[in-house]
Write a protein that binds this ligand. Sequence first.
Ligand code: G6P
Length: 615
Amino acid sequence: MCGIVAYMGEREAYPILLKGLHRLEYRGYDSAGVALLKKGQDINLYKCKGKVADLELFASTKDVSGTLGVGHTRWATHGIPDDKNAHPHFSESGDLVIIHNGIIENYASLKKELENRGHTFKSDTDTEVLVYLIDNIIKNEHVDLVEAVQIALNQVIGAYAIVVLSKDKPDMMIGAKKGSPLVVGIGENHEYFIASDATPIIEYTRNVVYLNDEEIVILERGKEIKIKTIKNQDKTPYIQELEMQLETIEKGGFDHFMLKEIYEQPRSIRDNMRGRLNMELGEVTLGGIIDYQSKIMNANRIIIVACGTSWHAGLVGEYLFEELARIPVEVEYASEFRYRNPIITENDVVIAISQSGETADTLAAIELAKSKGATIFGICNVVGSSIARATHAGSYTHAGPEIGVASTKAFTAQVTVLTLMALVIGHKKGTITETKYRQMLNGLDQLPEKIEKMLSFDDQIKYISSIYKDANNFLYLGRSYNFPIALEGALKLKEISYIHAEGYPAAEMKHGPIALIDENMPVVVIAPNKGSYEKILSNVQEVKARGGKIIAIVTEGDTEVADLADHSIEIPEVEEELTPLMSVIPLQLLAYHIAIMRGCNVDQPRNLAKSVTVE
Ligand code: G6P
């Protein structure tokens, strides 16, 4: 994870770096730092443990002038979050400075070798080893900075997105990447930006180049952008135009990004279905799958790989594909899948789901499945991301930038794409009736309006939150399509409020969690009036009989569950397949309000990061 940003041009670098770091803070906030380089002077480096705001305070009395600089916000991997392990890191001589996102896996052996040659390290990081190595190569092999970076990166195993500056090259910055993302912004008059994503760049330029793995970008004042590989092959920069809008990465009047993103869901789902759901023609089209439609229809099975919230979306996908398209589905944690020698054939279709499109384990799972001949379909939010580029085909979720670390609108957008996909395939295969198809189309069409309605219950959810904000544990129960929502509701609560919460299939409660139920245990039961309603009614009775406090999510007009529950929140009537898209909304709001009432930082929960580019 970690966020990196760099600038070289005619403006002062520091304000640009600082603003960029604030935008990248979702990638990690254990420490922050900047380094500024001016001709003929030593590099000025300021860094400290804590958030970007702490750095701002720390640097407020320092000389932060200069038109070339780098900035970093850290999610700690090697070495505790403290000042010395904060980036940027100097080389031993102080001639070079580096910022890094990723992990140098063979850093220990490289470090040992350098220590044997008499070098002393100041931090516990893998990153410092890399900058020492580059400096060592320059001094011992008498090569220039570019060549030294190439030689060093050829010795490195692992993932990196780096920017390196040299005191001897005050008009140059060098970036390189493998496994971790890096985008270069090209402004007027050879003004250059480098960042982990485009958010620090968009108000300055729309022209960007996404670096590919093992590429190095060489940026010099007054000169055109140059790209080479670490094996020194020249590459032609592919300049793309950014489509992102500035207002999408700002809070727009909300107190937190998370709340803004929850409230954006009617819009993000509308954007997601635009051009895909055509009510006049009565059909769904999904451009991304056209070339692979028959492959998916005839797939032996679908394997969904993902992590975190995206994995929960995958679980909903399992119910959707099996029900609507009658294709067997397995849903795998990418991190487990990739390490267990899975049986994959050319007749399998792998669907990789990822908001960021950068999750290291998901990316590795894709590469593994690809090597075995499977067809890989991506569902990503970030356009141009590594996963979007690594897949054979895919559909974007078009949710817009998601900045709150706890995923909300990206999740509903992922589930929407999965629903559209299962519908298209099911319709083509003839595994759903024409009537069901039409009902689903109508249901999808009305989704944004119904979510809007759900959001109007926010005050009620806030009130319920105030009653349970001090609970130590929560249990979430759901069945069928809403079992994954129980998992997602529990995850939302634990990640932002630090309350222990578990999601369970309602019937499984009898096999363990029921032992935990007493009058102090709030139990959230998702009980729409569909499929297994009668069964979940019994589960509600079982909780009630043991004194548990029940917060029920019910279909509007429900009386049975609502009468038993301590509190009930109504969701509009929808097709069963669409209930997850309704029931998750109050659970997002419940987690949000409880976390706020407990004084937690909902946008930047402790120890988490939004984009997990380490394994
Ligand atoms: C992190 C984030 C989660 C996200 C997960 C997978 O844990 O905090 O919100 O669901 O990574 O990320 P992806 O970008 O692949 O969806």
